[in-house]
Each structure stands twice: as C-alpha cells, then as structure tokens.
Design a protein around this ligand. Structure first.
Ligand code: SF4
Length: 336
C-alpha cells in the first residue's frame, strides 16, 4: 500500500488587507518573508531524499497564506519551481490554499497550466452574520461562486470551516458543513476558534463580549460534523489547530478549546457512540472482543483507553483487535 506525503512550503500572508478577529496580524507580519527559490528547492530535495517517491504518493503544498493573492509573476515563479519535480514524476500533485474572494478564471487557468490539483478555500462559515462579525471580508456567496468555478475547472476542492466564532451556533455550523458537502468539497479541515494573544478577539473576550466554546461543547459539535462529513465521504484532513510551540506552551493562547490531541478526543467520543449499544448490565460473565480497522483501533480503544475502561464495567474482560479486512469505522463484536 502506498503512503501519501506532503512537502509543505509556508507562504506567509504579505500585507494582508483583512482583519479577521481571531488572527494575530503582528505575528504574521513577523514571518513576512516568502522563502527564496533556493530555500524552496532545498526543502523539496530534503524531503524527497527521505521519501521513496517511486512507490508513494507525494504532493507539494503551498500553505499559510492566500496563494492567489500574490502577484501573477510571483505565483508563476513559485509554480515553475515545482515543474521539474512533476515532470520527473517525483511529485504527483500540487495543492494550495487561498481565500474564497481570490479566485477567478484567469487565476484558475494559470494554476491548471502548472499542474495544481487541489485548491483549498478558507470558507470558515456559510453564515454572513458570522463572517461579517469575524471581519473575514467576504460573504458566503464568494465561497459558492469560487467553489463552483474550482469544480468546473476540474480541481479537487477543499473547504475549511471554523466553529465557535462569534454569533456561530451548533445549527449554523451544521448548516455550514452541509453546504460544504453540497458544494462538492473533496476535503475539509475543522478548526475550533481559539482566543489568541494580540487579536481583536482577545479584546472582545476581555470585555466579556465573546465567550469561547468549552472543550466538551467543542468535542460534541465536532463529533457531529465528523459523522456528517464521513457519511458524505468528504475527507477530513485536519481536526483542530496544529499544536504550535506557542499553543503548547500557552504563550499564544488566551482562552478556548485547545488540546494537543484534540482529534483523539473527538474520535474517542465518536467511538463511544458507536459502542454505546454494548453498555448494558447483562454481560458481566462474558468476554468481549471488539474488532476494528487498523486506522480506527486507537480511537475505538479511546484516549487513555477510556472506551475500553468504560466497557470493562460491563464485561468480565474486554479486548480490542485489528481485522485488516475492515476499513474506516467498520467494526464487529464477539463475546462468549
Ligand atoms: S486569517 Fe484573515 S487577517 Fe489573518 S492573514 Fe488570513 S485573511 Fe488576513
């Protein structure tokens, strides 16, 4: 089975004109330097020296900013660097992220010409009130228009969403997820809103105007979103912010539902729901076996074994085992 690797190139947002209330512009300005061509090529070569690219699927990802907000010349310059790797089949695909209002036909023509396969948009919410209050500077219609154009051009579409923004509700988040599915997204990322230091959201939090979601609320909401996306076969690339040093140390984090193993907490709850029917008191003399896919094994057992511990209250013994024939969240049980 081949593995998938992404070579990440971080392109910071240069002089962003927007004021998303959760974003630390100061910090972004501190990283206001696009890596040089030499640095980018060195990164490609360094990653490829550790990857068996002949037998695996390798992509280059331009992350961090709004790629299509760069000048056409700069975009071409960056994409040109990738072409020798694509031509020599060392890299199979290119992905990039951008804003929904930075998409038009001319840009998409350029990206197509340079073998870009996937375009991710920061949709964040499909509710205009939420977008406006959050200072996103675009409306839901921009997401609809761009998503359609991206799909019409034949790209894979990624739509990222946030939950817990001011004026957001669980119902609005579900509606956003449903629309992301209806727009034909191939993949998504789900980010709970955090109050980061030196952001307008910090001021609102300090004034008592904004209250972040609790960890439990966040897990419950994200769990339902995951169920929805999985049922629609939308690939969930990421759940929760990447645990940067500033978040791990707490230096950047003022408040909000951050946990370095956030995805595990969500998947543990999701599996608790799946195993719920086994929580009954009539089996205390039985040995329970739960068979899962390799991918789901840890989630089924639960964060720090919490699902296993819960089942142990009802059975004489509890064992989780991998059945290689199972995929995703498929499972079956046996007991005697
Ligand atoms: S999150 Fe918003 S404010 Fe921050 S860089 Fe992106 S578009 Fe600009």
């Amino acid at each position: 089975m081949s593995n998938h690797y992404t070579i990440p190139i971080f392109i910071p947002e240069l002089a962003c004109h927007y004021k998303c209330i959760y974003c630390n512009q100061q910090k972004i300005s501190g990283m206001m330097k696009i890596p040089s061509s030499d640095e980018i090529i060195q990164t490609f070569d360094k990653y490829l020296s550790t990857i068996n690219y002949k037998n695996n699927d390798v992509e280059i990802g331009f992350f961090g900013g709004s790629f299509t907000g760069l000048s056409m010349e700069k975009q071409k310059e960056l994409l040109l660097l990738t072409q020798p790797y694509v031509d020599k089949k060392k890299v199979q695909s290119i992905r990039l992220s951008t804003r929904p209002d930075y998409i038009n036909e001319e840009l998409l023509d350029l990206l197509l010409k340079y073998n870009v396969n996937t375009i991710e948009l920061g949709a964040q919410s499909m509710d205009d009130e939420v977008l406006k209050f959050s200072g996103r500077g675009h409306v839901a219609e921009d997401v609809r228009r761009s998503a359609k154009l991206i799909k019409d051009f034949g790209f894979n579409l990624g739509l990222q969403m946030m939950i817990g923004l001011p004026l957001d509700t669980p119902q609005k988040a579900m509606a956003t997820a449903k629309e992301i599915i209806d727009l034909g997204a191939n993949n998504t990322r789900i980010y709970p809103t955090l109050v980061i230091k030196n952001t307008p959201l910090e001021d609102l939090y300090n004034k008592g105007i904004y209250q972040p979601l609790t960890m439990d609320e966040t897990i419950m909401q994200v769990k339902e979103l995951v169920k929805l996306f999985e049922a629609a076969e939308v690939n969930i690339i990421r759940i929760g912010l990447h645990p940067s040093e500033g978040l791990l140390s707490g230096d950047d984090l003022i408040a909000g539902p951050f946990h370095p193993s956030f995805k595990e907490l969500v998947m543990t709850e999701l599996w608790k729901d799946l195993l719920m029917h086994l929580f009954n008191n009539n089996n205390s003399d039985k040995n329970l076996f739960v068979f899962t896919s390799a991918k789901a094994y840890n989630f089924a057992v639960g964060y720090y074994g919490s699902n296993r511990k819960h089942l142990q209250k009802y059975y004489k013994t509890v064992s989780f085992k991998v059945d290689e024939l199972l995929k995703g969240n498929e499972f079956y049980v046996d007991y005697y």
